[in-house]
Design a protein around this ligand. Sequence first.
Ligand code: HEC
Length: 224
Amino acid sequence: MPGIDRDVDGMENGSSHFKAEENHMKHVRAWMVGGTVLALAGLVWVTGQGFAGDDEKEKAQHAQILKIAAALKTNKAEGIKMAAAMAKKVEFLEGVMHGFKPRKRGGFGVGKDAGVITPDGIELKINQMQRDGITATALGKEAGALEDLAYITAAIGEVTKHFENKDFGKGKKTKKDWIEHSDRMIEGSLKLAAAAKAKGAADIKSAAKYINDSCNACHSTFRE
Ligand code: HEC
């Protein structure tokens, strides 16, 4: 399979804000009020377990996102099916979204290897391209990496689209809007993939803006 290479195991886990973990901490703090040494020992043990579990979960999620990205590239229907199946098992979207962060903070990064393309994070790179466009020199070097970036973003978009947000129906947080934002994110990503493949700098810039607008639109309503 023409996979998208990334050293997921080597990615550091920068996501220390899992909600499950926060809940853990609340319980732990409740014990702490008791002020026993036993509670302190418990704190070390419980948080240790918490971090290890979430780290492994996020790595597995990121590995699956790469598989979905590769599938979307060659067999879109299959990629969508995989994303829908994955979304059912995702408890919190944060670990999935975390893939957009810089590689050194636990995200996918841009390109197979670290230290080649800057910025080395998908979100920052999309931002840079929608703001500054891309030079012919950079495009010559980065086109392949940008195509991968686009399919990874589309894969995250598909998982997001199928994610059943527990906040649906609360105030302005409608499922309809969620799907619309996700669809725009996916559509922009596929435009970016095509533009990168065709090495069209102007189309890359407009696709990056289209994606960026979808991220912001969704976050302004749904991200707390
Ligand atoms: C359909 C809605 C939606 C779209 C589209 C969306 N996001 Fe998010 N994003 C969220 C939500 C909801 C959260 C908060 C998740 C949580 O904390 O549980 C989030 C969180 C994040 C985070 C924080 C993750 C962390 O580790 O704390 C990043 C980074 C992020 N999104 C980047 C992006 C980028 C980049 C795009 C566009 C390419 C995007 N998002 C598109 C809904 C969306």
